[in-house]
Design a binder for this molecule. Structure first.
Ligand SMILES: C[S@@+](CC[C@H](N)C(=O)[O-])C[C@H]1O[C@@H](n2cnc3c(N)ncnc32)[C@H](O)[C@@H]1O
Length: 204
């Protein structure tokens, strides 16, 4: 297991994470008609790098994570910025998502960490209210080179085409993928690109 509690206090210090979250937020805004009455869930929110871009365009936003210290940092940032339409929820390996409760569920860079991807997808889809949107960003399937430390990595990215098909099987429509960002890392002495998709769909 990767200990996200241990790195929560310094999570926001890596520019790569800041740029990625900004790009994912832009892609979500381009793909989904955000509204200030939307009840939203950021699944695997971490410190809220994505949420603090979007929170002004949404209603109540729940930041859910399995690492309590990530949520502590999230709430500290909300207090410092005077953001009041947010709350936090801790979850375990079985995602504690209340059914039919959200108009928007989004998540960035979490799917490759969850132990049971299919269970997570089922819980997230079930968490959508009628007409609600799901927006999932993660690494495209890669060869295992992305993480410097493989602890807590359950899979090397996710096949975006597989994810689209699975979400359709679970009942979403208008399912489509875009490339939200490309992370470039130095590997074996040269630049190596790791694309990040955003897959969106809507519950009927
Ligand atoms: C790579 S970080 C991404 C954080 C944030 N979404 C961002 O873009 O900065 C993955 C996050 O998912 C959380 N996480 C890992 N496994 C989880 C699980 N099974 N359920 C909920 N959150 C999980 C971690 O604690 C961590 O905050």
């Amino acid at each position: 297991m990767k200990d996200f509690n241990a790195i929560a206090a310094t999570w926001d210090e890596k520019p790569q994470r800041i740029h990625l979250a900004a790009a994912v937020s832009r892609a979500i805004r381009q793909q989904i008609p955000l509204r200030t009455d939307m009840r939203a869930l950021d699944f695997g929110s971490g410190t809220g790098l994505v949420t603090f871009h979007l929170v002004g365009e949404l209603g109540q936003v729940t930041a859910m994570d399995s690492a309590e210290k990530m949520l502590d940092v999230f709430m500290d940032k909300a207090r410092q910025c005077g953001v009041t339409n947010v709350n936090t929820a801790i979850t375990g390996a079985d995602p504690a998502v209340a059914e039919a409760s959200y108009d928007l569920i989004y998540s960035s860079m979490v799917l490759h960490h969850v132990p049971d991807l299919d269970l997570t997808l089922r819980r997230l889809v079930a968490g959508l209210a009628s007409g609600g949107y799901l927006a999932l960003a993660d690494l495209d399937a890669e060869d295992g080179d992305f993480h410097d430390n493989p602890a807590g990595v359950a899979r090397h990215g996710v096949e975006r085409d597989w994810l689209c098909r699975r979400l359709e099987q679970l009942g979403l429509h208008k399912v489509a993928a875009v490339t939200a960002h490309v992370i470039t890392k130095q590997r074996q002495g040269r630049d190596k690109d790791f694309p990040v998709f955003l897959v969106c769909g809507q519950r009927r």
